[in-house]
Ligand binder design. Structure first.
Ligand code: SF4
Length: 375
């Protein structure tokens, strides 16, 4: 085994003649052997190399009756590099980390600035990032009334959670409804939000009954057969004929989704949501101008710091550009003058007489207070 792993990384497994699957199985067996062999040796267990092997074995293999099997699917939360255990994998973005960013976008702002930053391993889902970002913005007194996000952030749960925090989360519904363009939905029915029961159908008819089952979280509504059978909207209506009854069932989430879908089909939504496109230029700018696509640091705390500094730098560049536009051409000269003054003060410091108020106070012997010394 020593001979197999002795060559440099570039030559590792270079002598392997079998398929990739055979090679991976051989490595998995070596891993199991080493991890088991040193499992009871405290001085080895504490080493980062041992812990990395143990982690790779746990994440990528199953051990069944002392035999090791490679997992068919491992997911993204697996070690990518033994020297950076915090980096994980995303099928779309690759190995490493990802950054969640919130930015102002009102047309009334003179300058748009980054207001929230979170760094996380690459495998994390965007769905899980929306609420923590709102919490971060809230904690810094920057909670927005309206938050535009792409479709990955807009689950029903996130929209509801955001609304409870006073934030209108606008994010396109990504689930495509399989229906005719002029089809009616539960959103076209009048539903009492408190009781979740249907009050009227799109044709203005009251149901025979509408009952919300709290345990199941579903509402069952039965319409009058004579109304439905003669209704001009029958072909577009989602009511189904079940054992002679005209029935529609819905959940609050389905109703909210239908409502969002209807709202997002309007021109007004398209016009307002177009502002979201600006966020992509920030992402591209941070990579291109601030070098955020490839950071030369490892582990999450350092990556986080590197990202925060770059975002702060981005905000400074934006603020300076705004000042320049405002016509404060001398701002750079002002900063230069400030820097020169600071350097001058630093050089003169040894000669500057310390003000008397900063010197130790001299107390006359008769004014001194007795003091106990204890050791
Ligand atoms: S088919 Fe029935 S439920 Fe649907 S709109 Fe017509 S009357 Fe109302």
């Amino acid at each position: 085994m020593l001979a197999r792993y002795a060559p440099s990384q570039g030559k590792l497994f270079g002598d392997s003649t079998g398929t990739r699957a055979v090679l991976r199985q051989a490595v998995a067996e070596d891993l199991l052997l080493l991890v088991s062999r040193f499992a009871d040796e405290e001085n080895v267990r504490g080493r980062s190399s041992y812990q990395a092997m143990e982690r790779v074995l746990r994440e990528q293999c199953d051990v069944v009756e002392e035999k090791v099997e490679l997992k068919k699917k491992t997911g993204g939360e697996v070690m990518q590099n033994p020297s950076d255990g915090d980096a994980t994998y995303d099928g779309h973005k690759g190995p490493g980390y990802q950054v969640q960013i919130a930015e102002t976008c009102s047309g009334h702002n003179e300058v748009q600035l980054i207001t929230g930053v979170e760094v996380e391993p690459a495998h994390r889902s965007d769905q899980d990032a929306a609420v923590p970002m709102i919490e971060q913005l809230e904690a810094h007194d920057r909670r927005p009334e309206l938050l535009y996000a792409d479709g990955h952030y807009g689950s029903d749960a996130n929209v509801v959670d955001a609304a409870q925090r006073g934030v209108d989360l606008q994010s396109p519904v990504t689930i495509i409804a399989q229906q005719m363009p002029d089809a009616l939905t539960i959103d076209d029915f009048v539903v009492d939000e408190k009781t979740q029961t249907v009050q009227r159908c799109p044709n203005g008819q009251e149901p025979v009954y509408s009952v919300h089952d709290v345990a199941k979280g579903r509402t069952r509504t039965v319409m009058e057969a004579s109304h439905c059978s003669a209704c001009p909207f029958r072909d577009q209506c989602p009511v189904k004929q079940v054992r002679g009854e005209y029935v529609i069932e819905h959940t609050p989430a389905e109703q909210r989704l239908a409502s969002r879908r209807a709202e997002q089909a309007t021109d007004a939504f398209g016009e307002n949501y177009a502002i979201r496109g600006g966020g992509e230029s920030v992402n591209a700018g941070l990579k291109r101008k601030m070098g955020m696509g490839r950071l030369r640091v490892r582990r999450l705390p350092r990556v986080r710091m590197a990202v925060l500094l770059r975002c702060a730098g981005w905000n400074l560049l934006r603020a300076l550009a705004a000042l320049k536009q405002r016509g404060i051409g001398g701002f750079a000269a002002f900063l230069d003058a400030l820097a020169s003054l600071e350097s001058l003060l630093r050089r003169l410091k040894p000669w500057i007489e310390v003000s008397a108020r900063f010197e130790p106070r001299k107390i006359a012997p008769e004014q001194q207070t007795p003091m106990l010394a204890a050791a």
